[in-house]
Design a protein around this ligand. Structure first.
Ligand SMILES: [Ca+2]
Length: 310
C-alpha cells in the first residue's frame, strides 16, 4: 500500500473510534454524530470505509489532516525527509501511566500523566521505570505537557486553562498561570517555552511572564499540520507527536516548516498495542544525544536512533 492508497478518513473506522483517546474532543464529536445519525448511517459509513482496516505497520495512517503526501510536486518547497528508527535500548515503563509529557534531565526522566483522577507529576528511574517521586493532581485536573527549565517544572492541563510551576527537586508548587487555549504539549528552546494546543499552531511563551511572545504555524509544503501533541526540542529542531498516530514531525522553529516525518510504528508488539494507547512522549538528553519515546499506557520506553528512509 502506498501513501496515495491510505484511506483518507481513518478516524471513521470503528476500530479507531473504539480506540479513541479519551482526551480528544473531536473523537467525542464523531461518536455523538454517529449516534445522532443512527446506526444505519454508521454502518453505511463503515461499509464505505472497509478500507480502514489497519494499514501496514510501516505506513500507519497519520491523522487525516496531517497525512504527508510524498508525491513529488513542481513546488519549489523542499520535500521533507522520511525516517524510520533503530531501537538502542528498551526500558520498563509504568503501563498505568497515561503519558502526556516526558523530559530527561541528569540521568532521570520526568513525566506528566493525564486522565481525571489519575494525573500526576513523576520523577522516574530510566533503567527500572520505578517512580522515585510523585505528586498527584487533584481530580479536576487533567495533566498534559511538561517542560523542565531553569530548575522548574512547567506542567500543562488539558482544558483547565491552568499551568503549574513546581520546584524540580521538591515538586513544591510555586505558582500557577492561566492560558486561553487547550494545553497539549510543552518544551523549551533555552529561551522560551513552546506550547501546543492540538492545532497546527505552536506558541512561544516568556518563561517568566508566561505571555505569548510569538506563534508559529506548522506546515508541510504549505499545508497545515495539526494535532501536534507532545513536544521536544532536539538540536535546534522541534519534534512533535502527531496525535493518534505513530508519526513524529521534525519542525524548523524559524519557519514552521516540517523538515522530516518519523515513522515509529511497530515499537510495541500487536499484543502490547491491545492494552496500550497511542504514542506520546518524547525526551532528549543533549549530554549523551539519546532520544527516548514512549506512549500512553505503554509498558515500555524506548531509546531510539533515527534512520533515514530511502
Ligand atoms: Ca517532551
Amino acid at each position: 500500500m502506498t501513501y496515495a492508497n491510505i484511506p483518507r478518513a481513518p478516524h471513521l473506522c470503528l476500530s479507531n473510534l473504539l480506540a479513541e483517546d479519551a482526551d480528544n474532543p473531536n473523537s467525542r464529536l464523531l461518536i455523538m454524530t454517529m449516534t445522532i445519525r443512527g446506526w444505519l448511517v454508521g454502518f453505511g459509513i463503515l461499509a464505505l470505509t472497509t478500507g480502514c482496516a489497519a494499514p501496514p505497520a510501516h505506513v500507519r495512517t497519520p491523522a487525516v489532516s496531517s497525512l504527508p503526501d510524498p508525491t513529488p510536486t513542481s513546488s519549489s518547497r523542499p520535500m521533507p525527509r522520511y525516517y524510520t528508527y533503530r531501537v538502542i535500548n528498551v526500558y520498563p515503563h509504568d503501563p498505568s501511566a497515561f503519558t502526556q509529557g516526558l523530559v530527561f534531565d541528569a540521568g532521570q526522566l520526568y513525566e506528566s500523566t493525564g486522565l481525571w483522577g489519575r494525573s500526576s507529576l513523576r520523577r522516574v528511574a530510566l533503567e527500572t521505570g520505578v517512580v522515585l517521586q510523585r505528586r498527584d493532581l487533584t481530580a479536576e485536573y487533567f495533566g498534559e505537557g511538561l517542560a523542565l527549565f531553569r530548575g522548574q517544572l512547567f506542567q500543562l492541563t488539558w482544558q483547565n486553562g491552568i499551568g503549574f510551576i513546581y520546584d524540580a527537586d521538591t515538586f513544591e508548587l510555586l505558582r500557577i498561570w492561566r492560558y486561553e487555549t487547550e494545553g497539549w504539549g510543552l518544551t523549551h528552546d533555552g529561551a522560551q517555552l513552546i506550547m501546543s494546543d492540538g492545532s497546527a499552531t505552536l506558541r512561544f511563551l516568556d518563561p517568566d511572564t508566561l505571555s505569548v511572545q510569538r506563534t508559529l504555524q506548522v506546515t508541510d509544503r504549505g499545508r497545515p499540520v495539526d494535532m501536534l501533541n507532545e513536544l521536544e526540542y532536539v538540536n535546534g529542531e522541534i519534534f512533535a507527536n502527531v496525535w493518534q498516530t505513530d508519526w513524529i514531525v521534525r519542525i524548523d522553529p524559524s519557519t514552521g516548516m516540517v523538515t522530516g516525518w518519523v515513522d515509529l510504528s511497530g515499537l510495541l508488539t500487536p499484543e502490547e498495542r491491545l492494552a496500550a494507547d497511542v504514542l506520546n512522549g518524547i525526551a532528549y538528553d543533549p549530554a549523551t544525544q539519546r532520544l527516548f519515546v514512549t506512549g500512553k499506557l505503554w509498558p515500555k520506553l524506548f531509546e531510539i536512533a533515527l534512520v533515514p528512509r530511502s
